[in-house]
Design a protein around this ligand. Structure first.
Ligand code: XUL
Ligand code: MN
Length: 344
């Protein structure tokens, strides 16, 4: 299948055991080595990592140990013909970060967050990627009065500055999300992410990652969020997926809930040559009810849907589309897009 110049990635967490807050795992754990072997088979060239996907249990390892393990992993990636797209610090599981990491009221927790971020940056460099992603999982509150939200922004800027200074080659993409696990997050949209970058010591090294489901949870259109970031030349990665309404973050297969909304994302990405700028990341999860032996199909299917939609974008009759726009005939524009998606 023609990939139209696109490269695809996913993270090891996208093949998972199916546990949810109300029930235990329903599928056996797939070993990391087995997951790695699946990448090429499913049509993927790049791996997204949390720091501890790359170096498990890194809180209890020395810098030298971490570097040695990350270098060994880089060799493994090379052997599979894969590369690391980015590394992200998993800052939301440690008991110290229960009230947040960079924005915790506890100085000890904030110090841990920075120390852990340095380890994450070391891993990124050993894996040969210059991109790191920050999803600010617990940087927010359940109760507004619990933290000072102005101070929180200052703390996020200070943490970014610290990372930018520690690793001068690295670029940081902020992945906003409006809620979950927190009730309300401090950096809920791409506008917030980009604004934060402009307050740092190196704004040219701070960009954004748009996740479709996160934009939908913020009540926004993912294609417009991508467009905003593209307009600032800040769209450095994407997490394509889908989401059925305003509930928990579902990470549904791309296009599986709202095909037209998926088409609009591909339209903006392809029209603005994203294939020259970044990798198409798919942050999708298999449904809890999917049997174990089939619990990787969501990845190949999301990729295929993306490529089908690229074909639909490129075969769209732009002249007819322009005629509709010029005539202000929006009903005809609707019909054109729906008919084109349905190949009518
Ligand atoms: C959380 C989420 C994360 C980030 C990486 O909703 O999307 O997996 O993509 O930390
Ligand atoms: Mn994501």
């Amino acid at each position: 299948m023609d990939t139209f110049g696109y490269t695809f990635s996913f993270g090891p967490w996208n093949i998972h055991e199916g546990a949810d807050p109300f029930g235990p795992p329903v599928r056996p754990t797939v070993a990391f080595e087995q997951k790695l072997a699946l990448y090429k088979q499913l049509g993927f060239d790049a791996v997204q990592f949390h720091d501890d996907d790359a170096v498990p249990d890194l809180d209890h390892k020395s810098a030298a140990q971490i570097e040695a393990e990350a270098r060994a992993l880089k060799q493994k990636l090379d052997d599979h013909g894969l590369f690391a797209e980015f590394v992200a610090p998993r800052l939301w599981e440690h008991p110290l970060t229960v009230d947040g990491a960079y924005t915790s009221n506890s100085a000890q927790a904030r110090a841990y967050a920075l120390e852990r971020s340095h380890k994450m940056l070391d891993i990124a460099q050993a894996l040969g990627t210059r991109l790191v992603v920050l999803w600010y999982a617990r940087e927010g509150t359940y109760q507004r009065e619990a933290k000072d939200a102005v101070r929180a922004v200052d703390q996020l800027v200070a943490a970014l500055d610290d990372m930018l200074e520690y690793a001068p080659e690295i670029r940081i993409a902020i992945e906003p999300k409006p809620n979950e696990p927190m009730d309300l997050a401090y950096i809920p949209t791409i506008g917030h992410a980009i604004a934060l970058g402009f307050r740092t010591r190196a704004p040219e090294r701070v960009g954004a990652l748009v996740e479709s489901a996160h934009a939908i949870l913020a009540g926004l259109d993912p294609a417009d969020e991508m467009a905003f970031a593209l307009a600032y030349d800040k769209l450095w990665s994407v997490h394509l997926n889908d989401q059925n309404g305003l509930k928990f973050d579902q990470d549904r297969a791309f296009g599986s809930v709202n095909l037209r909304r998926a088409f609009d994302q591909v339209l903006v990405l392809d029209s603005h040559r994203f294939y020259e700028k970044g990798v198409i990341g798919l942050d999708v999860k298999a449904l809890r009810t999917q049997p174990a032996e089939l619990a990787h199909k969501h990845l190949a299917n999301s990729r295929e849907t993306f490529l089908w939609l690229v074909e639909r974008v490129r075969s769209l009759d732009r002249a007819v589309m322009q005629e509709c726009i010029d005539a202000r005939d929006y009903e005809e524009l609707d019909r054109l897009i729906i008919g084109h998606l349905m190949r009518c």
